[in-house]
Design a protein around this ligand. Structure first.
Ligand code: NAD
Ligand code: ZN
Length: 360
């Protein structure tokens, strides 16, 4: 057995209002007055003075507002890197992502591609990155994906939706300030929060489970159940708990894997552009066969928060489109092996997968 030696986020600050300390955190990391910090910020905050006025820029620092309406693409990373290189006098001192999983993943990918030749698509996969990334900081404004703590940045490329998984991907610094999540709309709070819940279920029921993953998964699952079965979104306590659930959920899958819901939702995302959180929910709703207890509790949470999921999203797809989705999904072999064991190909045939998609 060859055990994997994973890096972790080396520095994290936690606390309501800790965003105000950002300047103190990054100032010592400034390489020179000509080496700016680049802030990649969800454009939902563009006219939000409460947040944007507190982004600590000086010298040539830049704020680039980015829409999270679409999930990150490899070509988008390449364009951002080109723009940053062309418009800075020296290599930037760091990249700071402020937003949800979309912006956090972009920040990670851009920091990698500033020091690595070629295009982002060349690095989708496992351990293909050659040079360390530049300093990068993650500041989540919505909780659930675990992107703040994970070793991957999930990108949609020309051929597949797949992460850049590498030792250089994790952030050098994370700021966990739950106050930044206070205005997340209920539905989005549910969808992104359920990403965390589903990470837990897939990790805890998977064949890759070990005590490391279980300890984080159990903690995150307990927090999710407290939050989504009893608390309300608006309570400070719930916001803080979900921030930590996301962290633990991300740590849980670091040393295991996700499963059926993620494998299928990647297919939906690639073909239909379905967003990660809602896509996972649409799929998970139909996975009683694989996760009976997890789906039962999920349905109770859905009911408690009056969430109505879209129906019939695969109703009008052609056979060719189903095949594209099925191929993307089945290519994620570690996810299927974690969920169903070494003989997963006997259980999850293309025909069976199509029947599942047809229910959605
Ligand atoms: P997101 O970043 O796309 O944000 C969802 C929506 O919430 C957007 O409309 C955004 O503008 C809005 N939003 C964010 N913060 C807000 C706030 N404070 N107030 C109001 N609105 C706010 O969604 P997400 O679910 O966080 O991330 C999904 C992405 O994360 C996908 O691209 C997925 O592939 C990726 N992901 C990555 C990992 C990883 O380990 N790297 C893990 C899971 C998912
Ligand atoms: Zn996920």
């Amino acid at each position: 057995m060859n055990y994997r030696n994973f890096p972790m986020v080396p520095r994290v600050i936690f606390g309501r209002g800790s965003f105000n300390q950002l300047n103190d955190i990054i100032a010592p990391k400034r390489l020179s007055v000509n080496a700016p910090f680049i802030f990649l910020v969800d454009d939902i905050f563009k006219n939000n003075n409460w947040l944007s006025s507190r982004i600590p820029t000086s010298y040539d620092d830049r704020i680039i507002y980015i829409s999270a309406n679409e999930e990150p693409r490899t070509s988008q990373v390449d364009e951002l890197v080109e723009d940053i290189i062309l418009n800075t006098k020296e290599r930037p001192s760091g990249i700071i992502g402020i937003g949800g999983g979309t912006i956090l993943d972009l920040a990670k990918a851009v920091s990698i591609m500033i020091t690595n030749k070629g295009e982002a698509k060349d690095y989708q996969g496992w351990d293909l990155v050659k040079n360390p990334a530049i300093y990068h900081v993650g500041i989540p404004t919505i909780s659930g994906t675990g992107a703040e703590v994970s070793r991957t940045t999930v990108l949609t490329g020309p051929e597949r939706k797949l992460g850049i998984n590498s030792d250089y991907t994790p952030f050098d610094q994370v700021v966990l300030d739950s106050e930044l999540t206070k205005d997340v709309p209920t539905e989005q709070w549910f969808y992104t929060g359920m990403d965390c819940y589903i990470h837990c279920i897939e990790s805890l029921t998977g064949t890759y489970l070990n005590a490391f993953s279980q300890s984080y998964g159990d903690m995150a699952l307990q927090l999710c159940e407290e939050i989504f079965l009893t608390d309300t979104l608006s309570s400070v306590d719930a916001q803080e708990k979900l921030m930590m659930a996301s962290w633990h959920g991300g740590m849980s899958i670091a040393y295991s894997q996700v499963g059926v819901a993620h494998a299928m939702s990647y297919g939906l995302s690639y073909l239909l552009g379905t967003r990660h959180g809602i896509g996972n929910c649409i799929v998970f709703n139909h996975l009683e066969e694989f996760y009976p207890e997890g789906v039962k509790v999920f349905k109770a949470m859905k009911k408690k928060h009056n969430i109505v999921l879209p129906k019939g999203i695969c109703a009008n797809l052609s056979d060719r489109e189903f095949d594209i989705m099925i191929n993307i999904s089945l290519s994620l072999e570690p996810l299927w092996e974690n969920a169903l064991g070494k003989n997963w190909k006997k259980i999850m045939t293309p025909k069976k997968l199509k029947e599942l998609y047809q229910k959605m």
